[in-house]
Design a protein around this ligand. Structure first.
Ligand code: MG
Length: 186
C-alpha cells in the first residue's frame, strides 16, 4: 500500500489514454472513418473533419479515458503473460463468453444516450473498419481494445447525430422566423 495519495490530473489521464490508443495501432482518423460511414447516410454534407472533431470530443470524457486505460492495460498484461490463470487464457483466447471486455466498453456509452447504446451493439456485431482489423489481428491481444473502439465510435456517432439535428432545427427556425419578422416590419 502507498502511504501518499497521488493525485492524477485530467490532462495526464487524457494524454495517456490517447497515447495508449496510438501505441496499440488505433488512430483517431480510423475511428472517425467508422463515424463517417455511420452518419453519412443521414447527413450527405457530413465531412471527415466533423467526424474527427466528434471523436476528439468523446475522448475528452473522463469515463471513456478510464475505460481505455483499464482495457488496454489488461490487453497488454495478457500479451506479456503477466496475468494469472485462468484470467490469462480467457483474455488471450478472447473467450466469447467472457463478456467483461464488452461490459467495460458498454459502461462508457450510457452517457451519450440510447443511439450510442444501439450503435455500440451494431458495431460489436458488424465489426466495421479498424474494429475488424483489431478483431482479426494475430500480432497483439485486442480483447478489450476492439470493444473500446466500438464504444468511442458509437459515442462520437450519437453525439454527431444529436448535433446535426440541432443544426438542422436551428436552420429551420431561421426560415420560420422570417415571415414573422416581415409582419413586424409591415
Ligand atoms: Mg472483445
Amino acid at each position: 500500500m502507498r502511504d501518499e495519495k497521488i493525485i492524477v490530473t485530467g490532462d495526464i489521464i487524457s494524454h495517456h489514454a490517447r497515447t495508449k490508443l496510438q501505441e496499440r495501432g488505433v488512430e483517431i482518423d480510423a475511428i472517425a472513418e467508422i463515424v463517417y460511414d455511420l452518419q453519412h447516410p443521414y447527413a450527405p454534407n457530413l465531412t471527415m473533419v466533423e467526424c474527427v472533431e466528434s471523436v476528439d470530443a468523446v475522448l475528452v470524457k473522463r469515463e471513456i479515458q478510464h475505460a481505455i486505460l483499464v482495457g488496454i492495460e489488461l490487453d497488454v498484461l495478457a500479451e506479456e503473460g503477466r496475468l494469472s490463470e485462468p484470467l490469462l487464457s480467457l483474455i488471450t483466447g478472447d473467450e466469447s463468453l467472457f463478456g467483461i471486455d464488452e461490459t467495460i466498453a458498454l459502461g462508457s456509452v450510457f452517457g451519450f444516450g440510447s443511439i450510442a447504446v444501439t450503435t455500440f451493439g451494431y458495431l460489436d456485431k458488424e465489426k466495421t473498419g479498424i474494429i475488424r482489423k483489431l478483431d482479426r489481428s494475430t500480432d497483439q491481444v485486442n480483447t478489450f481494445l476492439d470493444d473500446l473502439v466500438c464504444s468511442i465510435a458509437a459515442n462520437a456517432s450519437a453525439r454527431l447525430a444529436h448535433r446535426l439535428r440541432d443544426r438542422d432545427e436551428a436552420e429551420t427556425k431561421v426560415v420560420i422566423r422570417k415571415p414573422e419578422d416581415e409582419e413586424l416590419i409591415g
